[in-house]
Design a binder for this molecule. Structure first.
Ligand SMILES: Cc1cc2nc3c(=O)[nH]c(=O)nc-3n(C[C@H](O)[C@H](O)[C@H](O)COP(=O)(O)O)c2cc1C
Length: 164
């Protein structure tokens, strides 16, 4: 069994970079880590723990992340799972709750509710008409807090070391 899966769902690449940073921190604690687009994950059966994150759009998770959660709910319920999402454009992360369906799935698999990280919306990376328009507005910027991401991943790595 390979060790840890870090899966992400992204449209403009920002959440993938968060997933890669989380994977690097967990790997530094000597775990074998696989990073995959959620759309490319069939089953989580081969992994002993799972980290899953999605970008937020219009208050929702990306469908490929929700599908992964739903399809693998029984397997996930028997493994440690950590969830996160990335979205808020600004420093106030408190308002962004997970969509109800994701909250319910998190409860069903026994995971904590998703941790919120700031998002990124910039002219260079925006994909699609609306995103490009928003990237010219006052919300644009990169609000991903790499120290907070590293700390969150560090706690996961510590948990996994203790569980060995
Ligand atoms: C059309 C659009 C809708 C968005 N809706 C939300 C939202 O409901 N909540 C939120 O926190 N962020 C929202 N965002 C911000 C994105 O989640 C943020 O840019 C995120 O970092 C994108 O992740 P990605 O690069 O992995 O696709 C929205 C962005 C766009 C362009």
């Amino acid at each position: 069994m390979t060790e840890i899966l870090v899966a992400y769902a992204t449209k403009m690449g920002g959440t993938k970079e968060i997933a890669e940073a989380i994977a690097a921190r967990i790997r530094a604690a000597s775990h074998e880590v696989t990073v995959l687009d959620a759309a490319d994950v069939g089953s989580v059966a081969d992994y002993k723990a799972v980290v899953l994150g999605s970008a937020l759009y219009a208050g929702r998770w990306r469908p490929e992340a929700v599908k992964l959660l739903k399809r693998n709910a029984d397997l996930l319920a028997r493994r440690p799972v950590w969830l996160f999402h990335s979205g808020p454009l600004g420093t106030d992360l408190s308002a962004q709750k997970a969509p109800r369906k994701v909250q319910e799935l998190a409860t069903r698999i026994g995971a904590d509710q998703p941790f919120t990280f700031g998002g990124r919306l910039t002219g260079q990376t925006a994909v699609g008409f609306l995103a490009k328009k928003m990237a010219n507005g006052p919300m644009a910027g990169d609000y991903r807090d790499w120290d907070a991401i590293d700390l969150w991943a560090y706690k996961i790595a510590q948990h996994l070391v203790a569980a060995r």
